[in-house]
Design a protein around this ligand. Structure first.
Ligand SMILES: Cc1cc2nc3c(=O)[nH]c(=O)nc-3n(C[C@H](O)[C@H](O)[C@H](O)COP(=O)(O)OP(=O)(O)OC[C@H]3O[C@@H](n4cnc5c(N)ncnc54)[C@H](O)[C@@H]3O)c2cc1C
Length: 434
């Protein structure tokens, strides 16, 4: 890289911030353009004014959507560490666990792989022996096949071909597919699902399947650390700047740079770069944030809710004793009235409490506030045969313009890890080209 190049990064999501950090660390003078007032993109934090337990008002930070990371997010965790963060500052790490409101209980042990899962399977509750054998058979078959699947296969077809019992499909694989790919199993890509299984449950490192639940707002993690790093490395973040044009040269809104990383969601990149960017279908996610009076829910609860519409419940304790809960409704294309949806989710949570032996009516005195956030284009729809961008062709056409974003990483679904990996990769390629 020539000395002191001027580089623009368009988009301050986790992909853009990772690219910006990598380029600044290599000595580039980085300008990040972000259309929104805050950085973090689809994993950003925002303020919520909600009733406090003493009847006043409290300001809490929530995320635009509840996120779950896994131990296999190696590049994300390494980047956080490189920026001076400790994993335990941001996340509570726990072994792979699947507990549901209908009595399913699975927890990996602390043994080495694959025994951590074998123990979990033997000790699981709510599964018949046929179900356990079915799960083990899929794991062994997939490993023997190198975690490869036939092209064009959906997750539903993969599960049916592998003769998974109806209960295992409904209670285990389908929720995991939705959680990982945010795409219903009938249209989700089996190859991407297999890649996720390979790197988590199928890994030789038992810690790769650990679950990392954020215990602070996500904005406190990579976005904050990256912004601090950029400030101390002559970087600039221009918030509220919607970029309207990128030209070969390259220029960003007619301002010349030595190189550009375009780190946008596919639809935004297509708006700027035209039809060379494929149009990817998207899936939505709704997150219902709830604040509960003290003592109702246990903190650090991660519960699968089997009947919908809410699919996962997460809780965490606030300093004043109240409990912040989030209910995830993924691939939530079904149109439901907001009030009905909140009421249905509260009924599900009453079922969770009843299952824990603490039946409670979640009325106005116990629910301090509710906020529903609907991300209509939360992720790309991870279907078989998805047309990913031809990053290399673009690099040949515009050698100093690189693409990043969760959708550009091959085989993986839309995740924080694919965003970070894509950002780091684009930055390294750009550094070579400058
Ligand atoms: C509700 C929800 C829940 C999720 N749950 C999980 C999870 O549990 N685990 C997981 O790993 N992943 C999860 N994801 C996916 C994860 O958040 C994304 O894959 C990741 O954040 C994408 O990062 P990105 O940088 O590629 O894109 P983005 O975050 O979309 O970043 C693009 C940025 O570019 C900005 N921008 C757009 N157009 C312009 C323009 N013209 N000029 C300037 N700036 C522009 C946008 O404002 C945005 O900040 C979830 C996503 C959502 C929405």
């Amino acid at each position: 890289m020539k000395p002191d190049p001027r580089v623009a990064v368009v988009g301050a999501g986790w992909a853009g911030l990772s690219a910006a950090v990598e380029l600044a660390a290599r000595g580039a003078r980085v300008t990040v353009f972000e259309a929104a007032p805050e950085i973090g993109g689809r994993a950003r934090s925002l303020n919520w004014s909600v009733k406090s337990p003493d009847g006043g008002v409290q300001e809490v930070q929530i995320d635009n959507g509840q996120h779950l990371l896994v131990g296999a997010y190696q590049e994300t965790l390494a980047l956080l560490e490189r920026l001076g963060g400790f994993e335990s500052q941001f996340f509570k790490r726990m072994p792979f666990t699947l507990n549901s409101d209908r009595g399913l209980q699975f927890k990996a042990s602390d043994a080495n792989a694959p025994w951590h899962l074998v123990h979990g399977l033997l000790r699981a509750r709510g599964l018949q022996w046929g179900d356990r054998i079915s799960i083990a058979r899929l794991g062994v078959t997939m490993k023997l096949r190198g975690w490869k699947t036939a092209p064009g296969l959906t997750v539903a077809q993969l599960l049916s071909d592998a003769q998974q019992t109806e209960a295992v499909q409904r209670r285990v694989w389908n929720p995991l597919c939705l959680a990982a790919l945010n795409t219903p199993p009938t249209k989700a890509c089996a190859a991407s699902f297999a890649a996720v299984l390979r790197d988590t449950l199928g890994s030789d490192d038992a810690r790769a399947s650990d679950m990392l639940v954020p215990n602070v707002p996500l904005g406190e993690s990579l976005p904050k650390l990256a912004a601090q790093f950029l400030m101390s490395h002559h970087g600039i973040i221009r918030r509220r700047h919607l970029v309207r044009s990128i030209q070969s040269g390259p220029t960003v809104d007619h301002e010349p740079f030595d190189g550009v990383v375009v780190a946008l969601a596919a639809h935004s990149a297509r708006r700027l770069l035209g039809p060379r960017i494929p149009a990817l279908p998207t899936e939505s996610i709704q997150t219902l944030w709830l604040m509960f009076a003290p003592g109702i829910f246990e903190p650090h609860c991660l519960t699968l809710m089997e009947d919908g519409p809410g699919e996962w419940l997460f809780t965490r304790a606030e300093a004043n004793g109240a409990t912040l809960a989030s209910v995830v409704i993924s691939a939530a294309a079904r149109a439901t009235d907001r009030t009905d949806l909140i009421q249905s989710c509260l009924s599900q949570l009453e079922q969770v409490l009843a299952q824990q032996g603490r039946p409670t009516r979640l009325d106005g005195a116990r629910v301090l506030g509710a906020k529903l956030i609907h991300e209509t284009a939360a992720t790309f729809s991870c279907c078989p045969g998805l047309k990913r961008p031809d990053v290399d062709a673009l690099a040949q056409e515009w050698p100093s313009v690189m693409l990043a974003g969760d959708w550009t990483a091959s085989e993986y679904p839309a995740t924080l890890e694919s965003a970070v990996r894509s950002g780091l990769k684009a930055a390294r390629q750009l550094a070579l080209a400058l």
